[in-house]
Write a protein that binds this ligand. Sequence first.
Ligand code: ZN
Length: 584
Amino acid sequence: MEFGEFCDRLIENTDIVKLISRYCSLKRSGNTFKACCPFHSERTPSFTVDPIKQLYHCFGCGKGGNAITFLRDIESIETIDAIKMLADEAHMELPELTGRSAPKADKQKRMRLYELLREAALHYHENLRSPKADIANAYIAKRNLPPNIVTRFGLGYSIDSSDAVNYLKGKGFTETEMKEAGLVGYNEYGYFDLFRGRLMFPIISNLGQVVGFSGRVLEKTDRAKYYNTPQTELFDKSRTVYALNLLKKRRQLGMIDYIIMCEGQMDVIALHKAGFDTAVASMGTALTYNHARQIKNYTDKVYISYDGDGAGQKATLRGLDILRERGLTVKVVQLPEGMDPDEVVNSENGVEKYRKLLDEALPLTEYKLKKLREKYNLEDRDERAKYAAEAVALTRRLDNPVETEEYLRTIATETGYDMNVLRRQAEIAPPDEEPKQEKREEEQKKESMDKNEAFLLAAYIADREYVEVGDMNEIFTEGFGKLVVDSVTDSRMRGLKDVGAMLYSDLPEEFQQQLTDIVGFDFGGMDSREMYSACVLQLKCERLDRQRDELMKRYDESKDPSLLIQSMELQKKLKKLRRDGGSK
Ligand SMILES: [Zn+2]
């Protein structure tokens, strides 16, 4: 059976009324059913389900579709996973896309890994009762976390290198499985718990499954403060929003007016404790379309509550634009200098203080204007002109003319320019002012070269024996990374000793600073074949992922099933890559 045909049949075989009534209470109204929309906040029902056409539509927010899209959006999962879940319920066998895959074995393996991670989370949590966990309990006490919060977030403690490994072995899991779940590493002494000595925060999917962990150091050490599960078959931070599982429960209590997006787990926990129970966090990556889509399923309004100047970073601002492009209203919370949300709510009258900060949060454009203003001296005529030009360009991204007028008026007051001049300027600003998404993600990558990429380039320059030239060429396909790789390869082929000096003379001036950062890269604990393979795997997966995101976005717009199939093929590739590891 063709895949498209299969989906049609699946939709036919699914009782859409039964499916949707698990999420909201449907009332019959003539030939259709009505409810308050589960996707947006409303008091009078504008969400309609047509049991004959097997479709739903909301006249309030415009969401609509079939059983597959409904399940996908309400659970914030991938289309293919929604299809799998519905197929399971309808007892239908998913058609094989390529001959050699074994979906059943795959599924069984995933179930094993979920089970393993669940057991691990329970064990770490149980560890808090052990006298060996004094240091973790001291930290919990210092942060003033009451038992109900510790339980709600499932906090735990990894005692040492072998405790959890032995426990899981006793439960019948193999070390290979533990490695696949991203829990253990391997060195000359054998398998060891990657999170040893850390306070554990389980990361839980929308469906309530533990998919990974984030661990915080408790002692002074040169190890990173937070360590996250590496990319695995189950865990992918570019698609993970921490505490989203709690949001799902929260929605059952009533509409979610807004969510608060923080930087770290401790911020989320502190805010929940203070009563802000819609706080979530991204897992230390720039926000992606996938994040935006998941958030959009709960609410239309997001407060960004990053530390100090966190939201002002160029890469972060782009992430905020992505949220806005997905139709979310974005406001930026301005925390007092040097404080994070955790510190604010824990200070005197912290809850009121934080509520006030939410009230005073700036709309995204206003926030950007403010940042821009800080860059220029408006007393100076030339700088004032530059400010006006850039500020006007910002307003072009608004799609509401009233709002645009208001911003232009602000700019006019600040700069003394005539409103008509600014309006004309706004009209003649180049139409391609807003770069395309793909382009912007590329730029974003270039500016904030991530640590993995920096490590690979540094290792290549330093001629580490574990580096494979093939990987380098595959990963660095443009920009700075490609220039470095090409230049190093070239120097090596010519037998040059001092590759660094060659690089400096090869690379254009604009890249010199970046190059200096790479040449001076601090390998720390990363300098190993194992880390290398993990990084290569991660970067290859990230690239495939971006392609898949793009396909899904196009599918959302055009509903062209061939895009869905292409995306599934990519998903297969990704899975295979994750199973077989980074190098061939
Ligand atoms: Zn709606």
